[in-house]
Design a protein around this ligand. Structure first.
Ligand SMILES: Nc1nc2c(c(=O)[nH]1)N[C@H]1C(S)=C(S)[C@@H](COP(=O)(O)O)O[C@H]1N2
Ligand SMILES: [Mo]
Length: 454
């Protein structure tokens, strides 16, 4: 019996012959071995995923089962045993839940999809993405100072206290999502933190619209772009920014773009950029600068760290997958995030009790600047789809709750698939396309492996 290996996705990209041997058995004929699963192939695959594969006749040729693909959460037994050795580290931090650590220097941690079930992501479950170390300056909330300069008539220097007394704070429920969310879906593997889908959360953000502050400063006609600076410390210890992104002035003037001081009704915590951060909803999270100290208004697209080369940039025209040396002239800075949906009530790797037939499914869906037109679920590898009920968002940039129910006809291994379609008709792909060296825009549909016990 072939021993299940972790990271078959990688194995497929590195050594497809060997991957096929693992999946299909060593004696699989060279021709036609990728037909539908039958005979020895089905037996080997079923053993690898821990149970008879329901709807095996619909299993697409060459698909790596979700149970074996690299995932943050453990696959069902017995594949779990093989994965245990290389199990991802769990975050242990006061005030934070057991998030999955993607890195410790800088600290990066994602939220397993099933921990994103709340309507509003609680502070303890919210993902963390740092590019450097936390600020060393005292985090005195009231005395925190930000400046606004560049293409403005009146440069401003404001304390957090002045910000809140001079301008009227508003509260919106809005997504914050890392530009690299979904990166682990790229093949060949793209550089960077291997996010599954958990580099995202939806919080109630309170702050002053950036628009009001820019109006007070008076934008010159030459004002085209913002440039953001914060107080965090470069990993080298040198006095240079860890990251400095910006956005087009139109986005800065969106009434939802906030200079935020509160998250879920509480003063912003240091780990999430407190006392003062930007929230640029629906766009790559790197634009939502934490520990904000300076807004520089520029007359052209900003070019700080995080905006050049292939950083936070996707390909304008397709490049050969795996071409790390692709010319960055063929790149564009990432702005709105693409459509995505999650199943949040069933954890990847769940074993369901014998007799389980009806299974309610729910989760969230969102789409950067757009809203969600439809969510569909499938339990037969996309051969048939059922529409879910989709709720309206609380406000623009909030995720949308969806609900559905599926009927599992038998015992065995299933994959629960969810796929959202945005208001422009763009649908999540089955596999990530538009490969780019640093892996942005990966929004393949979410697959959850479950086993109905016999
Ligand atoms: N000053 C500063 N702001 C930053 C970052 C950073 O490293 N330094 N990381 C950015 C990135 S890449 C993301 S995805 C979000 C993450 O915010 P969170 O850690 O509160 O979830 O913060 C953004 N703001
Ligand atoms: Mo990010």
């Amino acid at each position: 019996m072939p021993k299940p290996e972790r990271g078959l996705t990688e194995l497929y990209s590195d050594d497809p012959e060997r991957a096929d041997a693992v999946i299909w058995g060593r004696d699989a004929p060279a021709v036609g071995r990728r037909g539908f699963l039958g005979g020895a192939g089905l037996a080997a695959m079923s053993a690898a995923v821990g149970g008879t594969i329901a709807f095996a006749d619909r299993f697409p040729a060459g698909l790596v089962p979700a149970a074996l693909a690299q995932q943050a959460a453990p696959p069902p037994a017995p594949a779990a045993a093989a994965a245990a050795a290389a199990a991802p580290k769990t975050l242990q931090m006061e005030g934070k839940a057991a998030l999955v650590m993607l890195g410790d220097k800088p600290l990066v941690a994602e939220t397993p999809e099933h921990m994103l079930d709340d309507a509003v992501t609680p502070l303890d479950k919210f993902f963390i993405r740092n590019n450097g170390n936390l600020p060393t300056v005292p985090l005195d909330a009231k005395a925190w100072k930000i400046t606004v300069d560049g293409e403005v008539n009146t440069p401003l220097a404001l304390t957090a206290a002045e910000l809140e007394s001079r301008f009227k704070p508003v509260t919106y429920r809005m997504m914050l999502e890392c530009g690299g969310n979904g990166r682990s879906g790229f093949s060949p593997q793209a550089r960077g933190n291997q996010w599954t889908n958990g580099g995202a959360g939806c919080a109630d953000w309170t702050g002053v619209p950036l628009m009001e502050v820019l109006k007070a400063a008076g934008l010159k006609p030459s004002a085209k772009y913002t440039a953001h600076y914060g107080a965090d410390v470069h990993l080298s210890g040198d006095a240079r920014p860890t990251l400095s992104r910006g956005v087009r002035i139109e986005k800065a003037m969106d009434p939802h773009t906030l200079i935020a001081t509160r998250m879920n009704g509480k003063p912003l915590t240091p780990i999430h950029g407190g006392p003062v951060r930007l929230i640029v909803p629906g766009w790559a999270g790197s634009a939502s600068h934490k520990w904000l100290t300076r807004l520089w208004i520029r007359d052209k697209e900003h070019d700080g760290p995080g905006m050049t080369g292939w950083s936070y940039r996707t390909a304008r025209t397709p490049i050969v997958p795996g071409n790390e040396k692709a010319d960055p002239k063929n790149s564009a800075i990432m702005e709105a995030m693409p459509v995505r949906s999650l199943i949040t009530n069933v954890a990847h790797g769940t074993t369901l009790a014998p007799g389980t037939r009806k299974l309610p499914l729910r989760g969230h869906a969102w789409a950067g600047e757009r809203s969600i037109k439809a969510v569909h679920v499938s339990i037969d590898y996309g051969a048939t789809w059922r529409p879910a009920k989709v709720n309206a968002p609380k406000n623009k940039y909030a995720w949308q709750r969806w609900n559905a129910e599926v009927t599992l006809p038998s015992v065995g291994y299933y994959e629960l698939w969810v796929r959202a379609t945005d208001s422009a008709g763009t649908m999540q792909p089955h596999v990530v396309g538009n490969w780019n060296p640093q892996g942005y825009g990966g929004n393949a549909l979410h697959r959850v492996a479950v086993l109905v016990e016999s």
